[in-house]
Design a protein around this ligand. Structure first.
Ligand code: GLA
Length: 380
């Protein structure tokens, strides 16, 4: 990938660029908790986005997306927003950096990636983090990594229409080889947990489906949570985020909020606790409990939060039937992958069955990705 990027850069701009990269992510547990001020437990993975970048002495960004074979040129003012969705991520990062007082001037860039798109592995966060990290360094802005993550998150909010939390950008920037990171999304305190589950493997099964309107459904889930939190806050003013609420406090407002919002909140409050339970279990080497919590998360995401789909429920059910230790839908939902914790000796038969049965039922094969926990944003 490095060579392909530099070669194209050379052709387009007659020199070589500086190379930067950042990663996609997995999340072991803690889904839809980030924008509720709760815990998440992600890690960066060994696929991501790579970019060559060089200041060009103009007021324009000249960007080439190698995988799309598409060139776009845009200015750095608010009204210069490009049409192409991939270019909006880069534009958004520039704008958010400028809004924070950072310096960004024209540059040339070529980028490519190997994060599967639409699989829930955060290719967009990898793209944002690559440019946030690189531009910060190139223009000597000295912005810390937390704020770089916010720049990526606010790019999603203000330029891409997704009111996402901080997990993906955080994981992409803070990822460390061999470690998962437990992040408290309210205080931004985090802790690395070395993750080497001896005797087990972590495998993703990509349903290769992406359901329509995922971003508006995502924003709707977020609004439900905020609504529930606001109702609880009337009785308990200390509740800043939904994750601050006790389960019984939610019960107090059950008749005051739509049933749908109640179910969403019920899921979130349970999920925040599950992250803590999983971290405790990991420290004891108790993978059975880790796996059981993953199944509970799947149940909640499917029945209470309603972000699963037929294909993902099918894969989850099959995992349960085959005694796979843990399995659940991963990421925002509405398609994408399940993440599975599988005993070594069961790995081959599980993967074969999953591919075979899924293909038979849905008429296309799922994809299999073996997870390697890797470093996040870096200069190459
Ligand atoms: C998407 C968002 C994240 C997070 C997850 C669900 O990946 O970008 O902020 O909310 O969904 O956990």
């Amino acid at each position: 990938m490095k060579e392909r990027i530099q070669q194209k850069f050379q052709i387009l701009f007659g020199e070589e660029g500086n190379l930067y990269a950042s990663a996609g992510r997995i999340n072991l547990i803690g889904e839809h908790t980030d924008y509720n001020g709760g815990y998440v437990f992600p890690g960066a993975i060994d696929c991501g986005i790579m970019a060559a970048i060089k200041v060009n002495g103009t007021a324009k960004v000249k960007a080439f997306a190698l995988d799309k074979d598409e060139f776009v040129e845009f200015g750095l003012n608010e009204e210069d927003k490009p049409e192409q969705s991939w270019a909006r991520y880069i534009f958004g990062v520039c704008r958010e950096m400028i809004k924070r007082g950072g310096k960004v001037e024209g540059f040339n860039t070529v980028f490519a990636g190997d994060v599967p798109l639409g699989a829930g592995l955060s290719s967009s966060a990898a793209l944002e983090s690559t440019y946030a990290f690189a531009l910060n360094e190139i223009f000597g802005n000295g912005i810390d990594k937390f704020e770089l993550a916010r720049i990526g998150q606010m790019t999603e909010h203000n330029y891409c229409g997704v009111k996402c939390g901080i997990m993906d950008q955080f994981a992409s920037l803070f990822g460390k080889e061999g470690s998962l990171i437990r992040l408290n999304c309210k205080t931004m305190e985090y802790k690395y947990f070395p993750f080497h589950p001896d005797g087990y493997r972590l495998v993703l099964i990509d349903s290769c489906v992406k359901h329509e309107l995922a971003s508006s459904a995502y924003n709707k889930r977020r609004a439900s949570c905020e609504n529930a939190a606001a109702a609880i806050r009337k009785n308990h003013p200390e509740v800043e985020f939904l994750s601050d609420a006790k389960r019984v406090w939610l019960d107090e407002v059950r008749t005051e909020i739509p049933e749908e919002d109640f179910l969403r909140a019920e899921y979130v409050i349970g999920e925040v606790q599950r992250v803590l339970d999983v971290c405790d279990a990991l420290e004891r080497g108790d993978y059975e409990t880790v796996g059981e919590m993953m199944y509970q998360t799947h149940f909640g995401m499917s029945r209470l939060y309603e972000v699963s789909c037929e294909e993902l429920d099918f894969l989850n059910k099959l995992a349960r039937k085959m005694d796979v230790t843990g399995s659940r839908v991963m990421g925002g939902g509405f398609g994408g992958c399940t993440i599975n914790l599988v005993k070594d000796e069961l790995y081959d038969s599980f993967v074969n069955e999953a591919v075979g049965q899924f293909t038979l039922k849905f008429g296309h094969a799922p994809k299999i990705y073996n997870v390697v926990i890797s470093d996040g944003a870096r200069k190459l």
